[in-house]
Design a protein around this ligand. Structure first.
Ligand code: ATP
Ligand code: MG
Length: 567
């Protein structure tokens, strides 16, 4: 491909609309352009990457017996009404104005529609159906470029089985295929949420990459691979334990002291001597929660522990329930359910509210002063705490979901009446799984992981071109002739080449564009080196440069390709 005839609108400056690295580099390298919020065009160079990602996905899906479909993006609304998902998706679902159609955000309904019409006998199974297709979601906050778009390309696959064991097998095949896909793309990823193992149950795994642009916060152990969303992550942080000398309960006047920080300051005590209280209302009844020191309640864990609707109590309810304002609430004499975080298990000599505004107790002993207390893990893990599995330090960071595999079970087949007949002629709902990968996200995440201050650093697998050939002064006939010859011989040797043949661009501009676009190899042809029959080869990844004699160029390139670029 000749640069002079290509549409590669590179930008020198960082566009103001972008903050995330991949977004900045995709814009600057002329791979994408924004059309409206969350809506992007892939320009030719960017689309070459998307096609490579799609091809890797296609090969690995075909290898597990997947059959490729192409389903309509425009869906009759009735089909979505069968599963109740017009309501479930709510505002995320794009409606076509006359409201008889929706733009599909995913394709469980349409695939189940086809399955229902053709998969009738146990002999028709198993099946794996997939497609690589545009999805539409009216994301409330599209951001980070193509990482969260309102229109994006997804590989979505669906498995159809007749037994829970069959589903387990289909799920396992996808798990393996996903690992191969992400490995081949050159992504460093980790997996969150191991399968529950329940037969045909609701196992699911998310394939994630660490990124500042991520919207999920996860805890991850480098040592054993344990990973979980902080909403549910556990750690081996020790409980505070009991102090040897057990103090008496004593009431202390603490005027205007509302927070743990103020209490510590006022009484000259440490945070770990305090029990912080929070009151929630669970199914209409108050629940008093205690955390050690200044730790916050992890509401997801609380909801999971209690089950059913939970909300923080309103300030006026606090006074009604405890006789005290926030800041002075404690376990002693509290009439209702009390749950403390595991770190407070059986703790004594604690400071906490006295259920009397402006008063606290010292010497609270949970085993003596708060009868019937329950203990549960209610905190959010933080970095450096011991991994629950192997006790190595955990890291907490934000991450992006690249892909998701999910055991659906019979949710869709039951809702839509997709049934099969078993060997005895009895009817059962088909057992399904669904498996998605965002292709645009794969591209953005690769760039998040492979770049430097100058630009993108492609691996061979996803690189739009293998080689970036630059002629420095093409008005020089020798240079022009050598470039044409190299261009032809590279192409003849199956290298994909971007040939910067621009007559009017300065050498500096060409160098900057080559580093920004990030092809694995650069060949630089200038009149000075050409005098000794040499050209320069640069490896983008390592920055190494070599002078290579023209007649040795092809073998040398193949050698570098094999020994360095592919490594
Ligand atoms: P997220 O939590 O990031 O919104 P999701 O759980 O909604 O993701 P799925 O419905 O499981 O995602 O979709 C499968 C894959 O499609 C995701 O793993 C992701 O790679 C991609 N994807 C989802 N939403 C978007 C989006 N708005 N823009 C780009 N890719 C997306
Ligand atoms: Mg989503």
């Amino acid at each position: 491909m000749r640069f002079s005839k290509s549409f590669i609108p590179t930008l020198r400056e960082t566009p103001s609309e972008a903050v995330v690295t991949s977004h900045i580099l995709m814009l600057r390298s002329g791979m994408i352009r924004m059309v409206a919020a969350g809506i992007y065009s892939f320009l030719p160079t960017g689309y070459r990457v998307i096609r490579k990602i799609s091809e890797i996905i296609r090969e690995e899906m075909n290898a597990i017996g997947g059959q490729e479909f192409h389903l309509p993006a425009l869906n009759p609304k009735e089909i979505w009404e069968e599963t109740g998902r017009v309501e479930a998706f709510g505002d995320i679902l794009f409606h076509v104005k006359n409201r008889e159609y929706v733009l599909a955000p995913t394709h469980e309904e349409i695939m189940t529609f086809h399955a229902r019409n053709v998969l009738k006998s146990y002999k028709d199974f198993p099946q794996i159906w997939y497609q690589i297709q545009t999805k539409f979601r009216n994301e409330p906050r599209p951001r980070s470029g193509v990482i969260r778009g309102r229109q994006f390309l997804m590989k979505d696959a669906y498995s159809f089985d007749i037994s829970p064991e069959g589903l387990d097998k289909s799920y396992e095949l996808h798990d393996q295929a996903y690992r191969k896909i992400f490995d081949r793309c050159g992504l460093k990823y980790f997996v969150v949420g191991a399968s529950s193992g329940a037969m045909g149950g609701s196992g699911s795994e998310e394939f994630m990459v660490k990124s500042d642009a991520g919207e999920d916060t996860v805890a991850h152990c480098d040592n054993c691979g344990y990973a979980a969303n902080v909403e549910v992550a556990e750690s081996k942080v020790p409980s505070r334990g009991r102090e040897e000398k057990n103090e008496e309960l004593k009431e202390i006047h603490t005027p205007n002291i509302r927070s743990i920080n103020e209490l510590c300051e006022f009484l000259k005590i440490k945070e770990t001597q305090c029990a912080k209280s929070r009151i929630y209302v669970h199914l209409g009844k108050p629940v008093l929660i205690f955390m050690l020191g200044n730790e916050e309640v992890n509401e997801s864990k609380l909801v999971k522990y209690l089950g059913g609707a939970v909300r923080p109590a309103h300030p006026e309810e606090l006074v009604e329930l405890t006789g005290a304002e926030a800041g002075s609430i404690g376990p002693v004499g509290f009439n209702g359910r009390i749950i403390a975080d595991l770190r407070l298990k059986d703790a004594n000599n604690l400071y906490g509210g006295a259920n009397k505004t402006d008063y606290h107790y010292g010497g609270i002993d949970f085993t003596r002063d708060a009868k019937n207390i329950e203990y549960a893990d209610l905190r959010r893990v933080v970095s450096e705490e011991g991994c629950i599995k192997c006790n190595s330090p955990l890291q907490v960071f934000t991450a992006i979901e690249l892909g998701h595999i999910f055991k659906l079970g019979t949710k869709y087949s039951e809702a839509m009446g997709a049934m099969f007949l078993d060997e005895k002629g009895e009817e059962h709902p088909i057992i399904m799984g669904s498996y998605g990968i965002g292709a645009d996200r794969v591209m953005a995440c690769f760039i998040e992981q492979h770049h430097d201050e100058k630009g993108i650093i492609w691996d061979t697998a996803l690189a739009p071109f293998h080689v970036h050939l630059m002629g420095l002064n093409l008005k020089n006939e020798e240079v022009a002739k050598a470039c044409e010859e190299i261009y032809k011989s590279l192409t003849d040797n199956s290298f994909d080449v971007l040939f910067d043949d621009r007559n009017d661009a300065q050498a500096g501009v060409k160098f900057n564009d080559a580093d920004l676009l990030g092809m694995p190899l650069q060949i630089i042809v200038g009149d000075r080196k050409l005098k000794t029959n040499q050209v320069e080869v640069k490896i983008r990844k390592t920055g190494e440069r070599f002078d290579v004699e023209l007649d040795k160029l092809m073998p040398k390139l193949k050698e570098i390709w094999r020994d360095t670029v592919l490594k």
